[in-house]
Design a protein around this ligand. Structure first.
Ligand code: TRP
Length: 384
């Protein structure tokens, strides 16, 4: 993708200023239309989730078909995952927050994949001990969002391999090396674990169908950077007798420093609010964050600021504005120059500190049951 607006989005690299309309065309995903959002709202009851209402989720694959089936009485399951390369930051929560909301509102099961193997293969600097430790730390953070222990199951790759492997064998035979190379841009020196890995990310899409011996549709809310994995999944699904997973894609939330997307590998720790940051670090990062403010107070009062380029506004939008009313007011007062950046940051920080406190308490509770959600063996009667 040459040119002035160069950007790269793959599961292993997000770089540059992403043009999301162009990305949708490049990836060939479908627009999340107002009509589809209205259908979700109706099925879920009440207000649409802010991540949907505010356009953070913006494209999909086959969502309409999945909703048709659901309305016709055919349940689906949710699937999403996390590569445990370090602590989660607040923007990582978007994909799980939307899953939690759909689980609660639609009463559907959730499968979470923790890919300690993937990150060991794709990040040369990480040890096995680290990817396992972060796997558990990340899992606690995810479950603490409020997932239902009764209908949430986890594939923690290295612990769940006996459950995953029978399907991985079948999946891997269907994926040509040339596709993996083309889709992920891997090098001749890439280790073979990483080349194989995408097979394991596909397995949870099919696992419930396999376990229940019937076709169970799958919906994957994820960052759009993960779409390439699931294009491979969708190509091979029918050949294995499983439904193609549907997808719901989000934009990548911009980093606090204002340039690259937060998921950029090896980015500065100052670029995001990590869930294990102490309050002083949270305070410092927000206070130093890049904004859409003007050079002087006088100018900002007169001309207003630009929320669309502001990393603090992105935090309000993606997580911390608790109501549409608050979000609309913050946005309007920023644009008009009524509220300056320092005040805005202070108001945001109140919300962030409150969230961290509540999250810490929820996380401690989750530790008591988190391990019991991990699937460790294949479904009874299969592959024995
Ligand atoms: N590859 C993802 C990551 O690096 C982890 C992952 C596994 C995932 N399964 C998924 C992400 C399903 C989204 C949906 O973080």
């Amino acid at each position: 993708m040459p040119g002035a607006e160069e950007f790269v989005v793959t599961p292993y690299e997000v770089r540059g200023r992403v043009d999301y309309d162009r990305l949708r065309e490049l990836f060939g995903t479908q627009e999340l239309t107002a009509a589809l959002l209205e259908r979700i709202r109706r099925l879920a009851g009440g207000e649409l989730h802010p991540l949907l209402a505010r356009g953070i989720y913006y494209t999909h694959r086959d969502l309409g078909g999945l909703l048709d089936a659901f309305e016709g009485g055919r349940p689906f399951f949710l699937y999403s995952g996390r590569g445990p390369s370090g602590p989660l930051h607040t923007s990582h929560l978007a994909q799980f927050e939307i899953c939690r909301w759909l689980q609660e509102r639609l009463g559907v099961p959730m499968y979470i994949q923790i890919t300690d193997d993937e990150k060991f293969w794709s990040r040369a600097g990480l040890t096995r001990e680290e990817t396992i430790r972060w796997g558990f730390e990340n899992l606690y953070d995810i479950l603490a969002l409020g997932f239902d222990p009764k209908t949430t199951r986890v594939f923690f790759d290295s612990k769940s391999i006996a459950a995953l492997y029978p399907l991985a064998i079948r999946v891997a035979r269907k994926i040509p090396y040339s596709s993996v190379k083309a889709v992920f841009g891997l090098e001749p020196s890439t280790n073979i674990g990483w080349i194989f890995y995408t097979a394991l990310q596909t397995v949870p899409c099919f696992w419930p169908s396999w376990a229940e011996r019937t076709s169970v549709p799958c919906l994957i809310p994820c960052g759009i950077d993960q779409d390439p994995h699931f294009r491979l999944t969708r190509d091979i699904a029918e050949g294995l007798g499983y439904p193609k997973p549907a997808l719901l894609h989000s934009r990548m939330v911009p980093g606090l420093l204002g340039e690259a997307a937060m998921s950029t590998t090896g980015g500065s720790p100052e670029n995001a609010l990590f869930l294990n940051d102490p309050p002083q670090a949270v305070e410092r990062k927000v206070r130093n964050a890049f904004t859409g403010g003007r050079a002087t107070v006088e100018e900002q009062r007169r001309l207003g600021a630009t929320p669309e380029v502001c990393s603090v506004w992105a935090l309000w939008k993606s997580r911390f504005a608790e109501s549409e009313e608050v979000f609309t007011r913050v946005t309007a007062d920023c644009r008009s120059g009524k509220m300056l950046c320092g005040e805005c940051k202070g108001l945001l920080l109140e919300r962030v500190h409150r969230f961290y406190q509540a999250h810490e308490a929820a996380r401690e509770k989750v530790k008591g049951w988190a391990e019991s959600t991990i699937i460790t063996s294949p479904p009874a009667g299969l592959e024995s």
